[in-house]
Ligand binder design. Sequence first.
Ligand SMILES: [Zn+2]
Length: 68
Amino acid sequence: MPIFEYKCNKCGHTMEFLEKSSTHRKHICEQCKSPDLQKLLSTFAAGNSSSSTSQSNDSCPTGTCPMS
Ligand SMILES: [Zn+2]
């Protein structure tokens, strides 16, 4: 069962939720109860990163990467 990590946009608290593929529940922050959560990349979905600042030393080796 996949575990998804969420970060609260209100208080910055990070938490993990177990998610079944069939259910699509709305999660809330377990600290401030805010529904404004941002889904973080799980370890299962690593490799297709859209963040450009977190891994600066792992950029395109050829320098022709369109993401840069
Ligand atoms: Zn919160």
